[in-house]
Ligand binder design. Sequence first.
Ligand code: DAH
Length: 346
Amino acid sequence: MRERIKQYIDEIHGMVFDAQMRESDYIELFRARYLGKKGLINALFEQFKTLPSDEKKEVGRMLNELKNEAQNKIEELRAMVETQHDAPHDLDLTLPTTFSEIGSRHVLSVVMNEIIEIFSRIGFTVAESVEIEDDWHLFSALNFPVDHPARDMQDTFFVEKTEGRQEVALRTHTSSVQVRVMENNKPPIRIIAPGRVFRNEAISARAHCIFHQVEALYVDKKVSFADLKQTLIYFAKEMFGSETQIRLRPSYFPFTEPSAEMDISCNICGGKGCNICKGTGWLEILGCGMVDPNVLESCGIDSKEYSGFALGMGVERMAMLKYQVKDLRLYFENDIRFLKQFDAVL
Ligand code: DAH
């Protein structure tokens, strides 16, 4: 019995004020448990009657102590609840507030908007189109040969691949927007198409199954390679600084002829050679070329009257070079520590 009384006293001591005591009838339940008619203390008093008289003095003292402890605790808790209710009256409205944190644009949006802005200053307007495309707009109209590897399951996420029907896939590049725009508009055409693209790649630091591209297309009478080159020089200097040099390397894309890849002088080491440019002094930036006459014809544009240039670039790569992001996965993980680094960039 002495043990039990000690245990109850400890239990009562251990009770601390808790916000939930305010909402519920917590304190009343506590009172009933110890001091109620059928509570623990009354039960102990019943038991007390049966004790031998030599024990009664000591146990009686302990029982009274338990009863006092329980009563005091209840009063203490009730007082706490009262003062908590009064708390709003103590509110000091002159204290400075805490500011909620302001979010920031994702670095890919920042870079994408920058590219859009640079091109819009020389008359390009934004064109958008679907992310789920058919074979015609993705490949055939863009002069892809039937056996081109991009038409393979390995590279492309097919939504529908049914024998004898138009195949449907997640777009692998924004070049499909070129076709949609040329089919629906007459030259002069001057558009940029920013957007999300999808490829069947294993995710690593250097590859991802989702990424972003910006495509540019200019079609008019007498558009020449010189126009393309001037546009590229303008873009490189606006994007990476006025010191930036460009170089064009011959390349191949089914939808352009001739085709080229553009490098810029490394903006990290200024062309001297560093680990970002792998010692070459140059960074590969984008693909471009003169729109293949077959593509113009496929889209209903007379290739004898009109010519054009096109270019396409990866937004993740641009952001990587501008802000030295070393791992592509960071763009999609939404780790607040990564995102917050760009909150000063608007
Ligand atoms: N569509 C190409 C790709 O995804 C990029 C590209 C290259 C676009 C050359 C163009 C171009 O418009 O002219 O790799």
